[in-house]
Structures are given as C-alpha cells and as structure tokens.
Ligand binder design. Sequence first.
Ligand code: A2R
Length: 317
Amino acid sequence: MADRPALLQIGKVLPTMATRLDAGFEVTVLPEGDADFLAARGGEFTAVATMKGISDEVMAALPNLKIIASFGVGYDSINADAAAERGIIVTHTPDVLNDEVADTAIMLWLAVSKELVPSEAWARSGDWEAKGAYPLTRSVRGRKVGILGLGRIGQTIAEMCQLFGNEVVYHTRSEKDVPYQYYGNLVEMARDVDVIFVITPGGAATNKLVNAQVMEALGPEGILINVARGTVVDETAMIAALESGKLGAAGLDVFEAEPKIPEALKRLKNVVLVPHIGSATVETRDAMGALVCDNLDRWRENGGAVTPVPECKHLVT
Ligand code: A2R
C-alpha cells in the first residue's frame, strides 16, 4: 500500500478530521457538479471519507476503491452489500453517539409533553401577564414507553427512561435478552404505550414501518418521537393523523426529504421539529470524526478497520 494513499473526500469534514486525514492520506475533495472529474481521476482513489454517503454512480466510478469510511452510525445512503461484493470495506461510527442521540430523543419527548415551545412563547409574548398561568401540560413520569429498534441507541433511551419510572417495552424483528417486554407486533405495542421512540436504521427494510395503522393505535393521547430516519415513518399519514387528532403529538429530528420539511407539518402546533441534530454537538461530532480517522488509519496500517458495518465484517481480519 502507498505510504499516503489517495483519498477522496465527499462532503465537508470537521477541522480535527482534516488535520488527521492530511497526515495520512493524499486528500482530494470531490468537486460538486464536475461530471468529468471521476471519469478522469476515479482510478486514483483507494479510500473514501464521506460525511453524506456515496451514490452507486460514484462508487462505480472508483474501480480501485478499498475502503469507505462513513461519518455516522446509519449507512442507508451507502450500498454496503454492493461494496462488500467488490471487497470494499465500509465503516461507520457506532456507539460514540449513543448518549447524544438518546439525549436528543428524551429532549424531544420532554419538549412535546411539557409544551416547551408554546409555553416559552407564552413567557416571551407577555401572555403570562395578560392571560395568567400557562395551561397544564402532561408529565413524562410513569408513562409506558415503546421503543421501536432496541439496538445501541434504543437501549440507551431505555436506560434513561428508568430515571422517569417508565415501563419500557420494545419491538424489533428478533427478541433480545433484555429486561423489557417484547412485542412481535408493532401495532399491538402502539396500542399499549403512551409514547413510541423510533430508533431503527433507515433503508428499504424499515421504509414506512410506522404507518397510519401504527399511529392510530398510538392514539389521540399518544406521542411519536423519531430520531432514526424520516423514511421509517409515513410522513403523509403522520401529518394527516396529527391534523385530525388521531395521533396526539410528535417530536421529530428527521424528515423524509430533509432538509425540506412539508409546510403542512410546519403549520402544526402539536409537533416539535428540529433539524437532524441528534448527534450534533461539538463533543460527539469530534468523537465520530476521530472514529472515521481511526478506521482509515487502521486500514492504512494493516488493511483492517475498527468498526466495519456488519455486511463487511468478513473482509476485516
Ligand atoms: O430487528 P432487529 O432484531 O435486527 O433489531 C434492530 C432494529 N431493527 C428493526 N426493528 C424492527 N423492524 C425492522 N425492520 C428493523 N430493522 C432493524 O433496530 C436493532 O434493535 C435496532 C438497530 O440497532 P443498532 O443496529 O444497534 O443501531 P443503532 O446504533 O442503535 O442506530 C440506529 C439508527 C441508525 O441506523 C441511524 O439511522 C439512527 O439510529 O441514527
């Protein structure tokens, strides 16, 4: 392997990452809108560092590619099966963001239940003086919580819910060895809980998993929190359910066509919307960036990787 392998950078990296990438690699940033670039130079690159996935077209234009180091735990914007077939290792950044994303999920739940946004507006606008105390809100204490996707982040959310005295139940494809009740059927779980936290991966297998039936089962008092991917929830059905009151409220960090958010969703009062900030703190993003670089450095040193995605584990010795 070359001392300083040629690395293609897709998207903007953090300053701490740029320093480390430059130390070990000959870095070229993929120019946007330059159709000729890959045809001319695609063969040079053996490594990719990406902040925003990689399209099938770009992957196909890199015939000598050996590793794709991706920033983030979700890698639904990378065809990992196709990469594995070509012997390309895909890596991601699990675990280092569990606490941050769980914090964001709990923040959204608290903000929705305790009506942070409208009550803050009440304080600022002078309504408090003019109209008196803000109407009573709902407590998160003692609620029954359903977690859709009890993986690394889902389990962290479950642990945080212990602090509020919540009973936690969950739905996944396979039952886990955990002290929480398992539901094999998502609609049945939705019927039994006060809130659902959505924290599965994105991609085809989970597309619109939370459909109208699930949201209606969650009900007029129910709360939906999505910190996974916008695609996991049927957004059109969610807007209809929130508008009609069939679903009580929602706290959303992710959207189907983000950064676009449907106007109908923005108009709703029973939602809290944040711009995909799940893991977006200085501390956690630095930790994620460091793990991207750790993966690339390991590969440069011995062809391995620290955190390959499951589809590519067999490529790493
Ligand atoms: O289904 P299982 O037994 O493989 O459990 C996984 C669950 N899951 C699903 N649950 C229901 N229906 C599905 N079609 C389905 N597919 C996967 O989601 C597992 O319990 C959980 C994913 O856990 P981890 O792989 O540990 O992911 P992590 O680190 O918690 O992150 C979850 C997602 C990322 O993929 C990003 O999209 C987002 O959070 O940041």
